[in-house]
Design a protein around this ligand. Structure first.
Ligand code: C2O
Ligand code: CU
Length: 524
């Protein structure tokens, strides 16, 4: 193992990913941000130099941060904010994790403005290494022309009865195409923006690492005439399965192998936002009149002309936002789930206005709203003096201090919309799901359930997860729809806090926190 050192310089840069120019929150001037790569076992040292003119933090989505919960990057939970004009250094390993991950801002809705990029860990012993010749990393994202701060202000303004902000475009690996005739007068917009093009050689096999880094939109992904052979789901190898169309929710990742075995030509790559899957009212959707919205890219065989494809979409219709059937995603090699649990929680998801008239997204009746300008909440919980009892009283904290065994979390979605839930610090077995609001253990798969770190909980349904208790820390557990996080749909799962107390915290972590008025017996 070696050390991989990266510097991410965060700044606002005028870019036009879909032809429409706006200030994009960039890392090293680019969108999507740079791909961070390592081999299994390597150490990451990542310097984040914040020149954004506002606060920032960076989270490494999918990495477990064993013994380093304080490098998990969640503003108001595991770290204090990185001030403008300063540099903060993350320093962690991914242990024996490998596969397809991503990084993004975990402060406010900043990642919707562009602060996101891939993170790939190669395994020299990957069982599928001989199944492909080359690889591509592909990000899917929705895209807004308005800065997220304004979008949130509107979404959360008192009395607002609308839905989530409507994307102006979708992007494949940072490229999309906006119809400039819809742009407000005076904007800087270039028609027919170039699409993402993937160049392949006939006869070769390609691994596409596909990451949905949207703020909200789930995608249905396909490549005309080219089936997708799925081999990896969020860092777990699976027994390969072939699909023509693949649903991929926000935060999820898949590796698929595509064989370039067709005639030398051009083929459409399609990523469709199914209209019913984003929380916009039918009257306000503007991305493509009343139809589903499709983002395109091109799979171009070497030797094919520089032209648009003339290919037909796969015949099957997918008009839902369900995850790929979890019963198809079999771990390779197999690994059984916990048969019994030592602790369990039920988390009920609802929306409700509070007295001030602002809509909030709730877990068990309360929203998580970090007050980051308040030094008592912009703090580092790790290593604090709180007992589990006190932690329970913190906003949306679910605490288990069990020494061994496994925990079970049931998500009960009493809302009509789907929510893609992501757990930090772990991945989990998806034990079962079903309609209604009563988890049914008789539906659990106790033999060979799927393992992932982000799962879609459909409207008016439940999903139950299990994982082993092996990573003391403070772990965010939230809907990955950025607008819902801002409205409070986040819980903190506090794992074995008794083991966190008194652990040495690198001084640079505490040094960026404002002085805590409660901290009168500070012995750090
Ligand atoms: Cu992708 Cu809480 O993060
Ligand atoms: Cu949600």
């Amino acid at each position: 193992p070696i050390t991989r050192e990266y510097t991410l310089v965060l700044a606002r840069t005028p870019l036009a990913p879909d032809g429409f120019q706006r200030f994009v929150w960039t890392a090293n001037g680019q969108y999507p941000g740079p791909t961070i790569r390592a081999n299994k076992g390597d150490r990451f040292i990542i310097h984040v130099q914040n020149n954004l003119g506002e606060f920032a933090t960076i989270h490494w989505h999918g990495l477990f941060q064993k013994t380093t919960t304080f490098y998990d990057g969640v503003a108001g939970l595991t770290q204090c904010l990185i001030q403008d004009g300063t540099t903060f250094t993350y320093n962690f390993t991914a242990g024996d994790q490998y596969g397809t991950y991503w990084w993004h801002s975990h402060y406010s809705a900043q990642y919707a403005d562009g602060l996101r990029g891939p993170l790939i860990i190669h395994d020299p012993n990957d069982p599928y290494l001989n199944d492909y010749d080359e690889e591509f990393v592909m990000t899917l994202s929705d895209w807004h022309h308005t800065e997220s701060e304004q979008l949130i202000k509107l979404r959360m303004s008192p009395g607002y009865t609308g839905f989530n902000p409507i994307p102006d475009a979708g992007l494949i690996s940072g490229r999309g195409r906006y119809d400039c005739s819809k742009a407000p007068p005076g904007s800087n917009c270039t028609q027919d923006n170039p699409l993402a093009v993937y160049s392949v050689e006939k006869g070769k096999r390609y691994r596409f690492r596909i990451i949905n880094s949207s703020a909200e939109a789930p995608y249905t992904f396909s490549i005309d005439q080219h089936p997708l052979r799925i081999i990896e789901v969020e860092g777990e190898n699976i027994k390969p399965i072939s699909m023509n169309k693949l649903n991929i929710a926000v935060g999820q990742r898949y590796s698929v192998i595509v064989t370039a075995d067709k005639d030398v030509s051009n083929f459409w790559i399609r990523a469709t936002i199914v209209k019913q899957c984003i929380h916009v009212s039918p009257q306000t959707i503007n991305i493509n009149s009343a139809l589903n919205y499709q983002v395109t890219g091109i799979l171009r065989y070497v030797g094919a002309p520089d032209e648009y494809p003339n290919t037909q979409e796969w015949d099957e219709k997918i008009l839902n936002c369900r995850d790929v059937d979890h019963n198809l995603l079999k771990l390779n090699p197999p690994r059984p789930p916990p048969q019994t649990v030592t602790d369990n929680f039920t988390l009920v998801i609802t929306f409700a206005p509070t007295q001030d008239g602002v809509g909030h997204a709730m877990i068990n009746g309360s929203p998580f709203i970090p007050e980051l300008d308040d030094p008592t909440t912009n703090k580092l919980m790790y290593g604090g003096d709180e007992t589990p009892d006190q932690l329970d009283k913190d906003q949306n904290a679910f605490v288990y201090d069990t020494e061994n065994g496994a925990v079970e979390i049931s998500l009960v979605n009493e809302n009509i919309a789907p929510h893609p839930f992501h757990l930090h610090g772990h991945n989990f077995f998806v034990m079962g799901h079903g309609d209604g609001n009563t988890p049914d253990p008789s539906q659990f798969n106790l033999v060979d359930p799927a393992v992932r770190d982000t799962v879609t909980v459909l409207g008016n349904s439940w999903t139950t997860l299990r994982y082993y208790i092996d990573n003391p820390g403070i772990w965010a557990f939230h809907c990955h729809i950025e607008w819902h996080v801002e409205m409070g749909m986040l819980g903190q799962v506090v794992e074995r806090p008794s083991e966190l107390k008194g652990d040495p915290i690198p001084p640079q972590i505490k040094s960026i926190c404002p002085p805590d008025p409660d901290d009168n017996n500070n012995n750090q």
